[in-house]
Design a protein around this ligand. Structure first.
Ligand SMILES: Cc1cc2nc3c(=O)[nH]c(=O)nc-3n(C[C@H](O)[C@H](O)[C@H](O)COP(=O)(O)O)c2cc1C
Length: 314
């Protein structure tokens, strides 16, 4: 069964990766999971300076997933380069590494990428453009054409490594934002980041999360992410990485049918640190059962999707 794909200048031995923010910098999971059996992993966000993150509680569960407001806690690019990247370089040879980059300004993204671009141990960058731009009154980079273009073009100008733009689902037309990202220089897309959410404590009537609002992840995101991938696939011709709510092999199949060529497993790893390995084995079992001999046969193979333009969903 052919699971490998050559993408972004590297070989992904299979399509299952670990999602940013849910596997630390890899080492944290190495004791419980054989990382080298996966397609790869995406590090937690790296910013120019260390970030403490938001006050507790940082995560809360609900019936269909999780709400988090971690606040991109990370040690900053210098500590990442000295303490974490060497481990990735020395220990991961078959699993591909993407470094997730975040910032408050365009300059923040450029600083991180410039600082580490000459280092070994990773294939490329995943730009978390779901962050608010403090110089633009807190508008989220991927919510406006101009901001998205500025940040991707600025990073594109300082690196030749693959750039993957990770977009958020809460925009009116994700297909359009996909086009904007690719036009600005993104080589690939990750869809989707968490969806904004809010829940209150029923005794104090305050938000359950210390950060107030948070991002929804887990099963609730599955059809939203599959829809986003399918929308983007019709508009751009670059590799798409599908993420959101994947717990099982068949969830990964949903994303592949919609047009993703790789998938990421996030929240499911919190309940079961080996969830990604199980997703991979269930995916291969599905392929065997359906006489699919290569992963490429599934990618974008969905037979139909939307109702005619203008038809309501309800
Ligand atoms: C606790 C937590 C931390 C996250 N941190 C990041 C991050 O640092 N950068 C990023 O781009 N996405 C981050 N994400 C989003 C995930 O990578 C993923 O896009 C999202 O959770 C949907 O996938 P899932 O339903 O499989 O978790 C985080 C998600 C969670 C739950």
């Amino acid at each position: 069964m052919e699971l490998a794909q050559e993408l972004l200048g590297g070989v992904f031995q299979n399509p299952v990766l670990l999602a940013s923010g849910t596997c630390g910098f890899g080492r944290e999971l190495a004791g419980v999971l054989e990382l080298e059996t996966l397609g790869g992993l995406v590090t937690k966000a790296v910013t120019p300076e260390p970030r403490e993150g938001n006050p507790p509680l940082r995560v809360a569960e609900f019936d269909a997933g999780m709400l988090n407001s971690v606040g991109l806690a990370n040690p900053g690019v210098d500590a990442f380069r000295s303490e974490h990247l060497p481990w990735l370089r020395d220990n991961l040879h078959r699993a591909r590494v993407l470094v997730n980059v975040a910032g408050r300004t365009v300059e923040d993204y450029v600083r991180v990428v410039e600082a580490m671009d000459g280092d070994q141990g990773f294939l490329g960058y995943e730009l978390n453009v779901s962050c608010p731009n403090v110089k633009e009154g807190g508008a989220v980079f991927c919510s406006r054409d101009d901001l998205l273009t500025d940040v991707i073009a600025a990073v594109r100008a300082v690196t030749r490594r693959p750039l993957v733009a990770k977009l958020a689902p809460n925009v009116p037309d994700i297909g359009h934002m996909a086009e904007v990202a690719v036009a600005a220089g993104a080589d690939a897309l990750t869809l989707i980041n968490t969806h904004p959410g809010l829940m209150f404590d029923l005794e104090s009537w305050r938000p359950v999360l210390g950060g107030g609002t948070g991002g929804v992840s887990g099963p609730a995101l599955l059809p939203i992410g599959v829809h986003a991938v399918w929308q983007a696939r019709r508009r751009v011709d670059v590799p798409i990485i599908g993420v959101g709510g994947i717990r099982r092999g068949t969830d990964a199949v949903q994303y592949l049918l919609a047009g993703a060529c790789l998938v990421q497993v996030g929240t499911a790893s919190f309940a079961d640190p080996r969830a990604s390995a199980r997703v991979l084995s269930e995916l291969t079992a599905y392929m065997r059962d359906h006489r699919v001999s290569g992963i490429r046969e599934l990618i974008g193979a969905a037979r139909s999707a939307a109702p005619p333009q203008g038809e309501p969903h309800g």
